[in-house]
Design a protein around this ligand. Structure first.
Ligand code: PBG
Ligand code: ZN
Length: 328
């Protein structure tokens, strides 16, 4: 250490654009971005009022969007399905239908793009239950173990349709182990598993629930998703999912939980994903539409913060726009 602190000039490293490029510690690259898609059971496009710029799409439209995203460098997608009219039920049977909306979307994408595209599928029942909860319910309680067979069937059907990775998102107990075993017993040991290991009961999911038509009819998700006041519990959840066989851990939402991302980065050697969720997207959009925020710069700042905190993989509705506009 130099004694005379007056000689220390950190500004020297910021003095020109090339110097700043040379010493930058973090980058957001296209290869780290995952674009989410909402897949409709019918053909066409449907706007999402609370998420300007994002649409629900039928299968042909999905193919088209994925193709143009590939040209931007987006090689990974995360698929959510919407149940066909009249196909929601108490036990979410439609979720495991081999000819269901997401199963068909996966096989179409794989038939068209093969190894060019990495397809991740959300595994949760809430888009297919008539009550909108993520598990089966009985007497107003959301059942843990009784929901497992449906989730395993859903994961297996998606993997058989060609999904590269399944991502259980309901935040209940024992999911990762049960789904891993179900996949392995069907010879699907190469299908990867990304756990929504640390998912908080967040107000930031509001726009998503409009998009996916998956809001609970009664009550909330606080008996299964985590309490935003807790950080130690996040480590526990992550350690359990790692022990159960998760390949990748996720923290969700992203920006309000940078401390959790940083802590998990130190506590685990697994790749870490951060989900920049619907409400984080919508909040920036709304402010940008009013001219109150410089959208490209705010998005770049948000995404680089997630990488700086330690996330390897960024799931964001901004993937397409940020790459198209060269914001990053
Ligand atoms: C379903 C699910 C949700 C999200 C991803 N998977 C909603 C929820 O838990 O209510 C949220 C994604 C987003 O807000 O962008 N379990
Ligand atoms: Zn759910």
């Amino acid at each position: 250490m130099q004694q005379d602190s007056s000689l220390q000039r950190p500004r020297r490293l910021r003095s020109s654009p090339l110097m700043r490029e040379l010493v930058a510690e973090t980058a957001v690259e296209a290869r780290s971005l995952v674009m989410p898609h909402f897949v409709l059971p019918s053909s066409g496009r449907a706007a999402i009022a609370s998420m300007p710029g994002i649409e629900r799409v039928g299968r042909e439209q999905l193919l088209h969007d994925v193709e143009s995203d590939l040209e931007l460098g987006i090689k990974s997608v995360l698929l959510f399905g919407l149940a066909a009219e009249g196909h929601k039920s108490p036990a979410a049977e439609a979720s495991k239908d081999p000819s269901g909306v997401v199963q068909q979307a996966v096989s179409t994408l794989k038939a068209e793009f093969g190894d060019e595209i990495f397809v991740i599928c959300d595994v949760c029942l809430c888009a297919y239950t008539d009550h909108g909860h993520c598990g089966l319910i009985e007497g107003g309680r959301v059942l843990n173990d009784a929901s497992l067979p449906a989730l395993c069937d859903m994961a297996v059907s998606l993997a058989e349709a060609g999904a590269d990775m399944v991502a259980p998102s309901d935040m209940m107990d024992g999911r990762v182990r049960a789904i891993r075993r179900a996949l392995d017993s069907r010879g699907l040991e190469d299908t990867a598993l990304m756990s929504y290991a640390v998912k908080y009961a967040s107000a930031y999911y509001g726009p998503f629930r409009d998009a996916a038509d998956s809001a609970p009819g009664q009550g909330d998700r606080k008996s299964y998703q985590m309490d935003p006041r807790n950080a130690r519990e996040a480590l526990r959840e992550a350690q359990l999912d790692e022990a159960e066989g998760a390949d990748i851990l996720m923290v969700k939402p992203a920006l309000a939980y940078l401390d959790i991302i940083a802590e998990l980065r130190r506590a685990s050697n697994l790749p870490l994903a951060a989900y920049h969720v619907s409400g984080e997207y919508s909040a920036i959009k709304a402010a940008a539409e009013r001219g109150w925020l410089d959208e490209p710069r705010v998005v770049a700042e948000n995404l680089v913060a997630l990488r700086r905190a330690g996330a390897d993989i960024l799931i964001t509705y901004y993937a397409r726009e940020a790459l198209r506009g060269a914001w990053l």
